[in-house]
Design a protein around this ligand. Sequence first.
Ligand SMILES: Cc1cc2nc3c(=O)[nH]c(=O)nc-3n(C[C@H](O)[C@H](O)[C@H](O)COP(=O)(O)OP(=O)(O)OC[C@H]3O[C@@H](n4cnc5c(N)ncnc54)[C@H](O)[C@@H]3O)c2cc1C
Length: 519
Amino acid sequence: MKAYLVGGGIGSLAAAAFMIRDGDVPGGSISILETAPVMGGSLDGAGDPAAGYSMRGGRMLTTDNYECTWDLFRSIPSLIHPGKSVQEETLEFNEKHKANSMARLVDCRRAKVPVTSMGFSMEDRIELLKLSKADEDKLAASRITDWLSPSFFETEFWYMWSTTFAFQPWHSAVEFKRYLLRFMLEFSRIETLAGVKRTIYNQYDSMVMPLQTWLAAQGVRMVADCKVTDLDHETVDGKFTVTGIHCLRQGKSERIAVNPGDLVFMQNGSMTDASSLGSMTSAPAKLTKVDSGGWTLWEKLAAGRPQFGNPSAFNSCIAQSYWESFTVTLKDHAFFDKMFQFSGNEPGTGGLVTFKDSNWMMSIVLAFQPHFPNQPTGVQVFWGYALFPDRMGDFVPKPMAECSGAEILRELCGHLRFDLETVEQANCIPCRMPYITSMFMPRVRSDRPLPVPAGSKNFAFISQFVEIPDDVVFTVEYSVRAAQTAVYQLLGIARKVPPVTPHAKSLETEFEAVVKAFK
Ligand SMILES: Cc1cc2nc3c(=O)[nH]c(=O)nc-3n(C[C@H](O)[C@H](O)[C@H](O)COP(=O)(O)OP(=O)(O)OC[C@H]3O[C@@H](n4cnc5c(N)ncnc54)[C@H](O)[C@@H]3O)c2cc1C
């Protein structure tokens, strides 16, 4: 049996590992085909002090959830701590560096906003309760604004929750409800981000590299610069069966035969598709799926096959699914020192600092340093993002989308009231991501295929765009869970996928008590 994985994101890397560990598939029988020059997909991170570091995202994880992710990484050896797994080294790191944000929200006067209260009115509580209890079929393609009144979007809770998880008011009510339930434990500690766990370095170096190294040692073929353009398929025993893979490998067309008994897994859709980087002097180019072709294969396969989902529910409105992030490389300590004085947090203990009144809705995170293994002493790196890049800045009279890295730094220093000399030697690399919240777009259940769609013989989907009950998208966990689900099902592995932990039960009781008291 051979297995082919289309796409080299964490979903496919995880699937390969589960096939080897739990399905006894020899690594040499597995091939991963990835368009980009490196594996890891959205979990990227690279650079050096001269060119500047860049990562599209900075990730928060939890240990109270992420059941499949830790189930995977307990088997993957650390690259920096011999004899330990990635899970062990991450847990130990988080024991030493606990999150306790002291400047979660900052207002337009540069004052730290008191956040011990969520700012809810009784009406907000009742509406939240109704939403958290509503059936998903009833919520269907409704938006968060269909369930919660305008005042809710002015609460401290909304500023913290929406910027922690990147929700917009127009996003899917189902996804918002799932987040409320899945991350219930964060409800009472969202103001300090105490539940958030971090990796030692950025996630490319701390998750992708160890996993990729382990897979390579097992003999897995990881083929970069290889874009899959089409799948040949036929109906065998009344079932959809892939029989060939067409790809462009380093620009040359190839066909890989898929024989009876072989399996094909495909990453359908990507939140970082068509993303582009700017520089200190230029804004990122405005690319779309037409430039990248990243959604074409899923669109082709889903046409006329409702069981393969509906990509247009997710990729049809860039205005509602995009934002920008930026990575800043500093060559002196001035910015970090001033941030410590202002926030009271050492790097790596504060988490997101959100400028809640900023037009762009800008946040920054100063992670523990070094954030890259090749980062020399004296160089520091931080990451930030803004939810509304179409709006004019408060200190730069331009939408963020039009701004260079230098202009983004000017806007940031304006909110912090830092002199521009603080970032004199900084290199800020902006990153535009047109589909970054495409997973949160309003949708109905059938818009996402099951990991193994009905009527499939040898074909599965692994991505953020598959339907998995109760779990939440925009997480590493969702892709790893999709991988484990698809692999176990197609290979007939008896071991159970770790269930989603039902933290939500406690909230139901709490909310119900509040509502009863109100009556
Ligand atoms: C800015 C940002 C912040 C984030 N914050 C968090 C966080 O705090 N916590 C958290 O848990 N998660 C977070 N995430 C989400 C997490 O990174 C993703 O959910 C996860 O990495 C998605 O992995 P994936 O493998 O499903 O897809 P991707 O990483 O998108 O990988 C898919 C890959 O498939 C390739 N591909 C697609 N089609 C083809 C084809 N036809 N041929 C060949 N290759 C193809 C693509 O090039 C891509 O590399 C964040 C992501 C970003 C970008």
